[in-house]
Design a protein around this ligand. Structure first.
Ligand SMILES: C[S@@+](CC[C@H](N)C(=O)[O-])C[C@H]1O[C@@H](n2cnc3c(N)ncnc32)[C@H](O)[C@@H]1O
Length: 245
């Protein structure tokens, strides 16, 4: 699909979105596999409904969102990075928690997603949007106290997923947290295991990697995390991984 969203990029003022000197390409997997979910204007019109996102997550959206947010200390002067936009109120909820001197930076590679997020947010100088690729972030080492990856990794081919994780670790300061929420291999006793296997196989071809492997398997050799804690919920269908850098 051609990136018809380019026109959308021009529609939001330059001072509300920063771009590196060369705009990143829309990755091939997004264009080929996920155009219907994130790139087509009808996708935003269809999916920007919290009840629908909640339905896709079997009623767990707020639970998963709040579980990620509970890991944040957004008070004081914390600097937080959200890698990739999310349908629903994920970013607004982070914004609600920001202390006066805290900052939230949000990165996405798709202009249409950034425009959609901008329209959902109140004017707030503490929240900045950037058009960047998660596998090649334009931030300095250790810039952030916490970095969030919410349901991004299962959408990425392995090489991109590895690069995204390496970049998330790089831009998070030593002692800071990388907070990941995503799919996980459910227990055999979970009846949704069999439904989701089919759904993910037909719609999300890279998601099976998160069923077959631990997220830790995709981490770079360096830096070694100070700690890694994994919890699962909803019969093991979802996981939260907290990496302390
Ligand atoms: C976070 S994931 C899925 C989140 C969740 N399913 C939801 O409700 O939106 C979707 C976002 O990731 C973005 N994305 C995918 N690959 C990316 C990449 N390499 N760099 C930056 N953003 C990316 C897409 O443009 C899309 O906005």
């Amino acid at each position: 699909m051609t990136q018809s969203a380019e026109g959308v990029a021009a529609a939001f003022p330059a001072d509300t979105v920063t771009r590196p000197s060369a705009d990143p390409e829309i990755p091939a997997y997004l264009q080929q596999v996920y155009w219907w979910a994130y790139l087509h204007p009808n996708a935003v019109r269809l999916f920007e409904r919290e009840w629908l996102v909640n339905l896709i997550l079997w009623g767990n959206f707020s639970r998963l969102r709040d579980s990620a947010l509970a890991e944040l200390d957004a008070s004081a002067d914390q600097r937080i990075l959200q890698v990739a936009c999310v349908y629903g109120d994920f970013t607004q909820r982070i914004g609600d928690r920001l202390g006066t001197d805290a900052m939230l930076d949000v990165v996405d590679v798709a202009p249409i997603q950034l425009a959609n997020l901008r329209a959902k947010l109140p004017a707030d100088a503490r929240i900045r949007l950037h058009r960047q690729d998660s596998s090649q972030l334009h931030f300095a080492d250790g810039d952030f106290d916490a970095t969030l990856l919410f349901f991004l990794l299962h959408e990425q081919p392995e090489a991109v997923r590895r690069a995204t994780l390496a970049e998330a670790l790089r831009v998070t300061r030593p002692g800071g947290k990388v907070i990941i929420v995503d799919y996980h291999n459910p227990r055999y006793s979970n009846p949704l295991r069999y439904v989701m296997k089919g759904v993910l196989k037909s719609l999300e071809p890279f998601a099976n990697d998160l069923w077959e492997n631990e997220i830790a398997d995709f981490l770079p050799a360096v830096p070694q995390p100070a700690a890694l804690e994994k919890t699962t919920c909803f019969g093991g269908l979802y996981q939260k991984v907290i990496i302390t850098r």
